[in-house]
Design a protein around this ligand. Sequence first.
Ligand code: SER
Length: 536
Amino acid sequence: MKSDEIRIKFLEFFKNRGHKIIPSASLVPDDPTVLFTTAGMQQFKSYYTAPENAVRDFGSKNTASVQKCVRTVDIDEVGDANHLTFFEMLGNFSFGGYNRKEAITYAYDFIVKELGLEISYVTFYKGEGLVPRDEESENIWKELGIKDIREDGSDVFWGPTGDSGPCGPTTEIYCKNADGQDVEIWNIVFNEYFCDGSREKLDKGEAKLKKLDVMGIDTGMGFERLVATVQKKKDVYETDLFNNEKTREERIIADHTRAALEIIKEGVEPSNAGRGYVLRRLIRRVTLYSDRIGVKISEKFNEEETKFRKTLAIGLVEFEKGTDPFILFTTYGFPLELTLELAKDLPAQAGKGKKIDLEDFNKKMVEHQKLSQTSSAGMFKGGLANHNEKTVKLHTAHHLLLAGLQALVDKNIKQRGSNITEERLRMDFLCDHKLTDDEKKKVEDWVNEKIKDDLNIVRKEMPLKEAEKIGAEMEFGAKYPDVVSVYIVEDKNGNVISKEFCGGPHIKNTSELGTFKILKEEAVSAGVRRIKAVVL
Ligand code: SER
């Protein structure tokens, strides 16, 4: 059973039994005395003391929810089989709608009959002070045929959340996980009292309990643990909610990333106090533990995000203008799936309700590929058809090198041939002298400066005539079709520094290149020089 199905099954089960389904409340509660939402009951806290409002607000005395929760008390335990800082909690609640008998029977029916799990044992409250031993729960479990029923102390008394609130005895259900360990699955709280102080004060005898007029029910089932039990997994990371993280480090990264994301979604910013500090701590721990396993996760995300934002910013403007998806892809590096996603999600914003003509896109792509083959055959003489990451980078470096030679050595330099392997690029060019060391150094520096400048490599399709008119570099003797693609690089000030006829492919941005280095400069024949260069 998939985790999604379990959620739905739970809500359906309680809906069919007269419960109103209520969406998860925010992770940041209204209650200023609590940092985060830590339990499903928090959004319902006021209804236990004013149950008449439940019918007014929900049309029912009973509710059920799947609540997002953050608990950081056990942050140091994260990395083991079951502890998480962010988790979901399935819960059913009642404000005078039903009592112990129904609450326990619902739980039993759901666990045993709906999910097919076996209950290992259950607990009930042994009683203390004003609160009597919970014999009623013990008897209900007996009637349901549970053999192992254990009496327990303050662990099975739910204290108020925040500085006061409803509280009462609980009964817990344990099931065995795939390792044979007993895992607490469900906590059923009978909110029969109101406590005028915090849990801490209650434990110290500094707060008083007052019996409530009606019975309140508050149940909570840790979703991830439940899924692990249903899916017969040894730990929550083996369920379909995670990616089978094995080591403590990987688990901390997975858990904290999830928690941080959920907290950020609520508008919390990292800071030195309160919620912001929790967020800061989670992010710092992700950094620390990813360093420890040698994966710079946040750095990679940042790099990728920065690069993508450039594509996105330009592409979005073009998309809004209604630019053809094919041009969005070939000229602006906007993949079709992104265009489709935007068309689906943003029609209201864009005011267009765009429909993407896939057939037209595919037709243009086929033509485009034919064209690329023709012109790259011209570019990569000698069939260099192998376009992998390394050759693509060298290909862009090749354009920059030609531009650098023209800018610093002689503006009349023309390319006479080229050859690119995974290891290096080779360019032959017309030039009347051997390059001096100073010239080589200047060209090298110039190319490296362009790499640092983060320049986009933009592809434009245009008629051959127009490309010739704008003076795009073409290789002498190569055959070009009627419509050609030209790759253009502009410097930071918007001046074109390189424009070449070319079938590509190229990288999107010069920052993807490492350091450019000229290995060798030599003569090929009279007036023709050859450079071999690499990007490191
Ligand atoms: N409030 C109880 C808990 O969080 C039951 O929902 O465990």
